[in-house]
Design a protein around this ligand. Structure first.
Ligand code: UD1
Ligand code: UDP
Length: 362
């Protein structure tokens, strides 16, 4: 019997770990799985909602670290998870994505000589000003199994000198959850709840520090929203970081004054899927939403200078847009004029990634 820890911490981790959790549980004689939640995200709408939507059980261990500076948050996760590792000593620790919980738990495990598997390995934006890029570089350099979502990720790892036998192209695990729950999500009543009758709306998510942590960035975006909203409704489930920054930067009244913009609380998984699949287009700076919109074939404008998910641009419906009011408006008008990108679904984004991962471990 092998003991496995699956680590989650922030919103984008839950839909990546849920399929793996279910797949491991199909082999109870071979694996004993424990779900470790660091508590990096803790609001009901950033965490508990996903446990119920994705059918995850209560975590076996909750570290309750909460928010803090990078140093403090990372250190607290490391301090608390190390204790758990010393008590429980799993055979393998599996981490996902690029959040602080990912790198912190990987470092803890490797230093106790417990091997780590990294789900969603090899993605690179080549932008070290983003904390996520540092988390990716750290985690990939110490992991034993590098489980990649796309061939560009394999190429990045090989280029960095990672031994080819450690790299496993397993596909995109987020899409396992999407495929599993899309029919259920289609039944969500969120649109009626917020008073949207048809698919003539743009869905927005924003939480990158570059876009929301300074007045100029956020103001540039709001100026664009004001203009765009003359032609289309905007639905904006707002990340807690962004809500706080709107208040801190004195921009709350400005956003509320935009008539056609509907601000809502962060949406649960089904509700957000429903809003994505029926939108006219999406405007985001999220990593995962770039991928999901590509799978749905919905045009996506990503407000970032780069992406660690280039396949969503080369094969999918994604397009990068500069943080500039006129450029944002131009890109939106282009979509509204019908000039949309026709993408295709990348290789192995097929709903079977979790079963490919389990095969490796078996
Ligand atoms: C984190 C990840 C980011 C990921 C995002 C997904 C890092 C470095 N960043 O960013 O890669 O894209 O999650 O959503 O790991 N807050 C709450 N309630 C919560 C969680 C956060 O109010 O449940 C507020 C706090 O004020 C906190 C701020 O949001 O300080 C930022 O949270 P944090 O986890 O540090 O970073 P995110 O911006 O959420
Ligand atoms: N998501 C959600 N509700 C929201 C916003 C996002 O369920 O209000 C989902 C989204 O569908 C995707 C994941 O959260 O599955 C992406 O997480 P996020 O954008 O927070 O993080 P990132 O991917 O940028 O790290």
């Amino acid at each position: 019997m092998k003991k496995i820890h699956l680590v989650v911490g922030a919103r984008p981790n839950f839909m990546k770990m849920a399929p793996l959790y279910d797949e491991f549980r199909k082999h109870p004689d071979e694996f004993q799985v424990k779900l470790i939640h660091t508590g990096q995200h803790y609001d009901e709408r950033m965490s508990a909602f996903f446990f119920s939507d994705l059918g995850l059980p209560e975590p076996d261990v909750y570290l309750g670290v909460g928010s803090g500076s990078h140093g403090r948050q990372t250190a607290l996760i490391m301090e608390r998870y190390e204790e758990i590792l010393l008590q429980d000593r799993p055979d393998v620790v599996i981490v996902a994505g690029d959040v602080n919980s990912t790198a912190a738990c990987a470092i803890d495990a490797v230093k106790l000589q417990i091997p780590v598997a990294h789900l969603e390995a090899g993605l690179r934006s080549f932008d070290r000003s983003m904390p996520e890029e540092i988390n990716r570089l750290i985690t990939d350099s110490i992991a034993e199994w590098l489980l990649t979502p796309s061939s560009d990720a394999d190429a990045n790892l090989l280029h960095e000198g990672i031994a080819p036998e450690k790299i496993h192209f397993v596909g995109n695990i987020m899409i396992d959850s999407l495929i599993r729950y899309k029919e259920r999500a289609a039944m969500s009543t969120i649109r009626q709840e917020i008073g949207i009758e048809n698919d003539e709306y743009c869905l927005i998510t924003l939480h990158r520090p570059r876009n929301v942590d300074n007045f100029e960035g956020l103001n540039t975006i709001l100026n664009a929203f004001k203009e765009i909203s003359k032609n289309i409704k905007l639905i904006f489930p707002i990340h807690p970081r962004t809500r706080k920054q709107l208040i801190n930067l004195g921009l709350e009244d400005k956003v509320k004054a935009i008539k056609n913009l509907i601000l809502i609380e962060p949406a649960g998984y089904y509700d957000f899927m429903k809003l994505q699949m029926e939108s006219k287009f999406i405007l985001t700076d999220s990593g995962g939403v770039q991928e999901e919109s590509t799978w749905f074939g919905i045009p996506c404008l990503t407000l970032r200078p780069n992406t660690e998910r280039p396949i969503t641009v080369t094969e999918g419906t994604n397009q990068l847009v500069e943080l500039n009011t006129d450029k944002i408006i131009l890109a939106v008008n282009n979509i509204l004029a019908g000039n949309t990108k026709k993408g295709k679904i990348p290789l192995l984004w097929d709903g079977n990634t979790a079963s490919r991962v389990i095969k490796i471990f078996r």
